[in-house]
Design a protein. Structure first.
Length: 131
């Protein structure tokens, strides 16, 4: 099953500069998984860790917004055309901002864990220290 996928400029670094790539899948999710096997990292730019499309990405199947077709469960057929577009308000900054926010959250979680561990160690030392 050949499905044509149009890639926006901001994501062409994942496709070796290709504006259009082909993939296969019965659903949009399957297609993105197939594309990611050939263009590593592409799916992560389109789908959140929670398994939904990023809010700053618009995806169309035959010019129909996938939000009204079942999102990642949207059914695909041989010969369909899928277009990926960054949201106008977010644009390229939206992708960069989402990556930065994700990294910030991970760093904040790691710092919180480190602080909790340090506090626990300090409490144990204080409990066994001679008075």
């Amino acid at each position: 099953m050949a499905i044509e996928v149009r890639i926006p400029t901001i994501l062409r670094s994942y496709t070796g500069g290709a504006k259009v790539v082909e993939g296969a899948g019965d659903t949009l999710s399957d297609l993105l998984t197939d594309l990611d096997s050939r263009h590593a990292g592409l799916k992560a730019r389109l789908v959140t860790d929670a398994g939904v499309l990023h809010r700053f990405v618009n995806v169309y199947v035959n010019d129909e917004d996938v939000r009204f077709l079942g999102a990642l469960d949207a059914k695909l057929s041989d010969g369909d055309s899928v277009t990926v577009l960054p949201a106008v308000a977010g644009g390229a900054f939206g992708f960069a901002a989402a990556a930065a926010i994700s990294q910030h959250r991970a760093a904040t979680a790691a710092l919180s864990q480190h602080r909790a561990t340090a506090a626990s160690v300090a409490a144990r030392r204080a409990a066994v220290a001679p008075r």
